[in-house]
Design a protein around this ligand. Sequence first.
Ligand SMILES: [Zn+2]
Length: 253
Amino acid sequence: MLAKDIGICLARRDYLETSQIATIFTREHGKIRGIAKGARRAKSKFGGAIELLSLGQLLFSPGRGQGLVTLAEWTAQENYLGLRRDLGQLYRAYYLAELMDLFTEEMDPHEQLHDFFDRALTDLADGRGWAEFLGFQVQLLKQVGLSPELWSCVLCAKESQGRKVVFISFSEGGILCRACAQQTSEKQRISPAGLEIVRKLTTPAPKDQANQPQVQAISDPPQDDPARQAQELLSYWVRAALNREPKTAKLLR
Ligand SMILES: [Zn+2]
């Protein structure tokens, strides 16, 4: 029995002479890794090679549980063409794709996450700025259950505001007041302005805004501004959660 779905290609590599192995985040089946036999032949049922960061319809034979599946068909529908015209946006999209791959398990469906990712790529392709890029990372962490506690010290529960918050610790689960930070070895200093942005993105948006995170006044390109500092906070969190740096993180610098 073949399964039909739509999905976004997160990674792919050539396999043998004419085939490909593609990692695709599907809407109903979650992440799959599929072999597309003969996809790189001039005339194939895949209509050409499967491109990184493209959304398509696919048919595949699901195996039992995790592991390589066989792709029977792929029809590209959306290539987020705008990404190919702006290297900065393309690099941000590569980074998000790598995070999607690293933070999800095969055959573990996350429909909402698929849709958030589609929208993030659409926004990046349309040239929109850092609010969407940061907002997607916040959503991803939330969907996989790894959101940091950002409102009060995770150790003493003291509410922290403005300039008083200076540290965050992945091993403790969120922000630390200055006193608790002194007793915690695994921690990172963060900027209050960057924290403020990540807090705004984490707070559920009003219904009429359909989950669209709203952040005002983020300039592009950000240098030493709050958006850059917010990215540093999220990058630290991601690095600590994975226990290593994603390969594409260097593209953001
Ligand atoms: Zn504390």
